[in-house]
Design a protein around this ligand. Structure first.
Ligand code: ADP
Length: 192
């Protein structure tokens, strides 16, 4: 199985590159952001609770996203592999993911981090906010809060995978196709 973690701050291009990776490697896409937005759309209790945190640019509790990922792994037993996008966002989530994958007899193959400077992230997210309808992309203060949450809680996850020898970093500014090629090279290097 090929199990990838695509890592990087909001606006780094994880969603865009995920689509291309899914196509190439036939992976099941698991984006906790997308899963949370479907819960909100469906008006579930979980969605309601998550929305109030997401609207403040804060992370939702670890248990919530870990539970969602657990369900999705169980629903997709026959998958060729998974791409985790926007998850894990805390070290606790990373540890839980390792346990869940181990229970299924598999593991993370590689973690690829997209690196983009803060000013470019803000510019991209405000641009995306014009068309995505996502409230968290339409307010500069909220964007700053999300980047701060990333720096405080999510950056340590890079170290977690570095300690496992699974980490590679890719510069995320440039042509989408050129970045994609670099990601594929990193994956192939990590999995031979
Ligand atoms: P972005 O990468 O642009 O911030 P996402 O769609 O990944 O967008 O996430 C949107 C919001 O959903 C986050 O700001 C956070 O509130 C919540 N969220 C998504 N994934 C997680 C996660 N793994 N842990 C905690 N909160 C999450």
């Amino acid at each position: 199985m090929l199990n990838l973690v695509l890592f990087g701050p909001p606006g780094a291009g994880k969603g865009t590159q995920s689509e291309k990776l899914i196509d190439k490697y036939k992976l099941v896409h698991l984006s906790t952001g997308d899963l949370l937005r479907s819960e909100i759309k469906a008006g579930t209790e979980l969605g309601l609770r998550a929305k109030s945190l997401m609207d403040q640019g804060l992370l939702v509790p670890d248990e919530v996203v870990i539970g969602m990922i657990d369900n999705k792994l169980k629903e997709n037993k026959e998958a060729a592999g998974f791409i985790f996008d926007g998850f894990p966002r805390t070290v606790k989530q990373a540890e839980a993911l390792d346990t869940l994958l181990e229970e299924n007899g598999t593991a993370i193959s590689a973690m690829v981090a997209l690196e983009v400077e803060a000013e470019e992230l803000t510019r991209r997210l405000l641009e995306r906010g014009k068309t995505s309808g996502r409230p968290d992309d339409q307010n500069e203060e909220l964007i700053r809060k999300r980047v701060q949450e990333y720096n405080d809680k999510t950056l340590p996850v890079a170290n977690y995978y570095q300690n496992q020898g699974k980490y590679s970093s890719i510069y995320g500014i440039g042509a989408i196709e050129a970045i994609f090629e670099k990601i594929c090279t990193a994956i192939e290097r990590a999995t031979i």
